[in-house]
Design a protein around this ligand. Structure first.
Ligand SMILES: NC(=O)C1=CN([C@@H]2O[C@H](COP(=O)(O)OP(=O)(O)OC[C@H]3O[C@@H](n4cnc5c(N)ncnc54)[C@H](OP(=O)(O)O)[C@@H]3O)[C@@H](O)[C@H]2O)C=CC1
Ligand SMILES: CC1=C(/C=C/C(C)=C/C=C/C(C)=C/C=O)C(C)(C)CCC1
Length: 317
């Protein structure tokens, strides 16, 4: 059997966990999955989700994307060090006014989200080039193409990921390698809870009252509602990723959330870059009118697309 070897990072929860379990349970058994996490004692949820696939098409391994030695040890432990599909998923969020965040906190975000990917590729890319075969799939974000209020450093880390991959993609093509960026909007995972809880704990004493007010009474106040309205499940993102992984000619970018695309389209619609900034300004600061109206409009779209999906499904039965 010609199974593809898949290495995924950050599989203790969320998208990584859902994706590892989904592809390990592939009906055609097309994949051998090495699901990695920095702390293997957190593997219980994945063990449960993987079920009978554990020990057959899925193995759990230790890998910390911030530790070069752990990446090397993990790749060295694979048969012939072969990785056909690398899924760089491990990541973390950070929200709040920059004047309330330490440089060390910011460095940890860059170190995990950006240098984590760089370290992985330094270990895996030379072998892929030699074999002239491989697919690098990176869980980026809509924030890899568009900044969002109070996500300054997180968005910067995902922009770094995107610039890095866009540069590398040309060279990769010369070696018959593909790179794909998966760009989810809000996804309901541990990420949301961790970021929100940390956000609530932010020491706002270094922020001026206006900034503190915007963060607490606009951003955090609407945060949960945004995830409830627009949020996708990790399983849904896993399905999108599987589709991209199995394409003959995979795209460089793929957004997973059609409810969010009106927002990212603003970026491509205006070369001056003012349209998304002005629109977000209105959505945030005239939020009573514009923001709620926008969310209600998106909810309506969501309801209609679910309805048409149900009708399509009914038709096909
Ligand atoms: N949730 C969302 O709204 C969105 C998320 N994303 C991206 O999706 C990816 C997955 O996030 P998501 O599943 O939502 O969040 P989770 O918090 O559920 O999962 C993040 C995973 O990354 C792991 N991780 C963090 N640091 C390291 C490290 N140094 N080495 C190895 N693993 C590490 C975590 O491990 P541990 O349990 O040990 O902390 C965890 O397994 C991230 O890259 C994120 O930026 C993109 C768009 C939207
Ligand atoms: C929709 C929207 C907003 C919030 C978006 C959020 C919160 C997106 C989160 C995305 C995530 C978590 C991506 C992870 O990589 C604003 C700026 C409040 C107002 C403008 C419209």
């Amino acid at each position: 059997m010609n199974q593809k070897v898949v290495l995924i990072t950050g599989c203790s929860s969320g998208i990584g966990l859902a994706l590892a379990a989904r592809i390990a349970k592939d009906e055609k058994k097309r994949f051998m999955v090495y699901a990695t996490m920095r702390n293997v004692s957190k593997g219980e949820a994945l063990v449960e989700a993987a079920g009978r696939a554990l020990g057959r098409t899925l193995e759990i391994k230790q890998l910390d994307v911030c530790d070069e030695d752990s990446i090397k040890a993990c790749v060295d432990s694979l048969p012939e060090r072969r990785v056909d599909i690398l899924i760089s998923n491990a990541g973390m969020g950070l929200i709040g006014p920059i004047e309330c965040q330490s440089i060390d906190e910011m460095k940890t975000v860059m170190d995990t989200n950006f240098f984590g990917l760089v370290r992985l590729l330094k270990e895996v890319l030379p072998d892929m080039k030699r074999r002239k075969k491989g697919h690098i799939v990176v869980i980026s974000s809509v924030m890899g193409i568009q900044g969002i209020l109070f996500n300054d450093v997180y968005a910067a880390s995902k922009f770094a990921v995107e610039g890095f991959c866009e540069s590398l993609a040309v060279q990769a093509l010369r070696f018959n390698l593909n790179i794909s960026l998966i760009e989810p909007g809000p996804v309901i995972t541990e990420f949301e809870r961790k970021v929100y809880d940390e956000g609530l704990k932010t020491d706002l004493s270094k922020a001026d009252p206006v900034t503190a007010d915007i963060f607490l009474n606009i951003y955090l106040k609407n945060y949960k509602q945004i995830f409830e309205t627009l949020g996708q499940t990790a399983e849904d993102v896993a399905e999108h990723t599987l589709k991209i992984m199995t394409m003959e000619d995979p795209p460089f970018r793929h957004q997973t959330n059609t409810l969010y695309t009106p927002m990212t389209t603003l970026k491509y619609a205006d070369p001056n870059g003012d349209l998304p900034i002005d629109t977000f300004y209105k959505m945030v600061f005239e939020h009573d009118k514009v923001f709620n109206a926008s969310l209600n409009f998106i909810k309506l779209l969501c309801w209609r697309s679910r309805k048409s999906f149900t009708i399509e499904k009914d038709k096909s039965n």
